[in-house]
Design a binder for this molecule. Structure first.
Ligand SMILES: Cc1cc2nc3c(=O)[nH]c(=O)nc-3n(C[C@H](O)[C@H](O)[C@H](O)COP(=O)(O)OP(=O)(O)OC[C@H]3O[C@@H](n4cnc5c(N)ncnc54)[C@H](O)[C@@H]3O)c2cc1C
Length: 288
């Protein structure tokens, strides 16, 4: 591993200034569960690493004016798994956090690191797409907000410029008649990455689906929404037959590859099964 200079900013402003001064051979370090293996394997050879552990703002979870939630980018998967507010209002996100690695990994792995590493299989991405979350990004030109649905631009690529920092994720309020669920399939029960992951979120009004969101991971270069399936549900009374039809429609956006973890056909099968299961659970939770 190449030797690097370690920098420890104490605030978002200091971090952004440091990024701007240090130039492109600089990498940010959150939990290090993706970055450190990449450094050790020689895939990345930065001259400088900025450790985010001194920036308290990045670890905060705050209600936004009683509406919605702002989650700092350095909040860990373990915190999301256990946080009462996240469990109560954004259960699919808590469920995805609970699936990341082992307890040891979850104590380090951050939400921001999961998104910025931009693996197609990132578990915490689909719930954020299904919850209409926005990424709050800060750079030398100030702050900008990007829907998480457009944050990813390719395998391990995002809209972040080299001098920008992902600061927070803003989640809108879900409302009382809303329910969500995240499920993934892995060949091993633990310490494995998703062959396919699906998050669904349903909001009901007068017994009819007012809003539907379905997001898929590991079936395309980036996590993505199954908008055709969402449209089929919206404005309708959600029945098992309609859920089965939405699960078929979710396949329209999937462009899976075959690899050692599963064939493209198997991934298509999983999209159907997991969409059906997550919608069924989301409906039950929205109706409870
Ligand atoms: C044994 C093991 C099991 C795993 N299991 C899973 C799993 O089940 N599911 C899953 O999805 N992932 C899994 N992972 C991958 C990893 O743990 C997650 O992706 C984790 O959330 C990454 O977060 P981190 O804080 O460790 O990121 P880091 O490694 O610190 O950073 C990852 C990338 O994001 C960048 N970055 C970090 N924070 C910011 C920020 N605020 N702004 C801009 N860029 C930033 C870094 O520069 C780096 O490029 C596993 C990893 C290991 C080692």
């Amino acid at each position: 591993m190449r030797r690097f200079e370690l920098l420890l900013p104490q605030s978002v402003d200091e971090c952004v200034r440091t990024l701007a001064q240090q130039g492109p051979e600089t990498k940010l370090l959150a939990g290090g569960t993706d970055l450190l293996p990449q450094l050790k394997n020689g895939l990345l050879k930065p001259a400088r690493v900025i450790d985010l552990s001194g920036v308290a703002q990045l670890r905060a979870i705050e209600s936004a004016n009683g509406q919605g939630l702002r989650i700092g980018s350095a909040v860990t998967a373990r915190t999301l798994e256990l946080d009462r507010t996240v469990q109560g209002r954004y259960l699919s996100l808590a469920e995805s956090g609970a699936l990341v690695g082992s307890v040891q990994v979850r104590n380090l792995a951050t939400l921001g690191g999961n998104l910025c590493n931009a693996a197609p299989s990132a578990d915490m991405a689909p719930p954020l797409l299904a919850l209409d979350a926005e990424a709050i990004i800060v750079g030398p030109k100030g702050e900008r907000r990007v829907p998480v649905a457009t944050f990813f631009t390719g395998v391990r690529k995002t809209v972040l410029a080299p001098d920008e920092l992902l600061v927070e994720l803003a989640l809108p309020a879900t409302g009382p008649n809303s329910g969500g669920n995240y499920l993934r399939h892995t060949p091993r029960r633990e310490l494995d990455i998703a062959v396919v992951g699906v998050a669904s979120q349903l909001t009901l009004a007068n017994g009819v689906c007012a809003k539907a969101r379905i997001a898929l991971a590991a079936v395309a270069p980036v996590p993505l929404r199954a908008t055709g399936a969402e449209r089929a549900l919206e404005g309708q009374r959600v029945t098992p037959e309609l859920i089965a039809r939405a699960a078929d429609l979710a396949l329209e956006v999937a462009r899976p590859i075959s690899d050692q973890r599963g064939s493209a056909d198997f991934r298509r099968h999983l999209v159907r099964v997991l969409t059906r299961r997550t919608l069924t659970t989301a409906l039950a939770r929205a109706s409870a």
